[in-house]
Design a protein around this ligand. Structure first.
Ligand code: ZN
Length: 225
């Protein structure tokens, strides 16, 4: 009897120590294991900021999705290629990014999207990924239907660092806003902007990445097909 008890205790001790040794957290749930974050950058590329964002992503070993503006791509073709060549995804944001023009009708919106798409195609970049300027919540269902019918998949965001709302932000403010708006979400789509004055965005980026690495999030990009 005693022998059996000793055996059972030894077995339980072995089981527990094995769990602790190999996993540290033996009761990690499936949901925790599947936490993922998508870093997304709108409005670029830009001469000053995009190369530095790409450097940070490379140093951190993570990838992101860039929703580019065609008229910015025109004079930054090599830089746009670099985004893709370093393993990031490229999506269409707009050609002109002029709301009055693009949102005049579903037809004018599609013309704008296709103009940006054709430019990217000439660089060997093929993407069906799209983000509405201002987000899909600001357009009617007819715009969304038109975009979907043309074979584009549009993506919004569910967290943001506030780099287009806060005037002259400190990197710490953007970091805090990013963490706060993401909350406890298991899938985070974080909105950043990639224009020439976004130094604070750039400075906050490594801290935001480190934060989600520590929490065990997987860094993902959107499929361009
Ligand atoms: Zn935009």
């Amino acid at each position: 009897m005693n022998k059996k008890l000793v055996c059972l205790c030894s077995f339980l001790f072995f089981l527990l120590s094995t769990c602790c040794f190999f996993h540290l957290r033996p009761f990690r749930t499936f949901a925790e294991a599947e936490k993922s974050i998508y870093l997304t950058f709108d409005d670029g590329p830009s001469d000053r900021i995009t190369p530095k964002i790409l450097d940070v992503l490379r140093e951190e070993g993570v990838r992101a999705t860039f929703f580019v503006v065609g008229r910015n791509v025109e004079t930054r073709k090599q830089l746009t290629r670099r985004i893709l060549d370093e393993g990031n995804s490229v999506g269409i944001h707009s050609y002109s990014h002029r709301y009055g023009q693009i949102y005049a009708s579903p037809e004018t919106l599609l013309q704008d999207i296709e103009k940006c798409g054709a430019l990217l195609n000439r660089l060997g970049i093929y993407t069906r990924l799209y983000r509405f300027p201002g987000g899909s919540s600001m357009v009617g269902e007819n715009f969304k239907t038109a975009v979907r019918k043309k074979g584009y998949a549009y993506v919004d965001w569910n967290a943001l660092c506030g780099d287009s709302e806060i005037k002259n932000p400190k990197p710490s403010e953007l970091y805090e806003r990013a963490i706060r708006t993401a909350g406890e979400k298991s899938t985070i789509i974080m909105l950043f902007h990639d224009t020439t004055d976004k130094d604070a965005t750039l400075k906050s980026l490594p801290f935001i990445i480190e934060h989600y690495k520590t929490l065990g999030y997987r860094f993902c990009t959107f499929d361009m097909a």
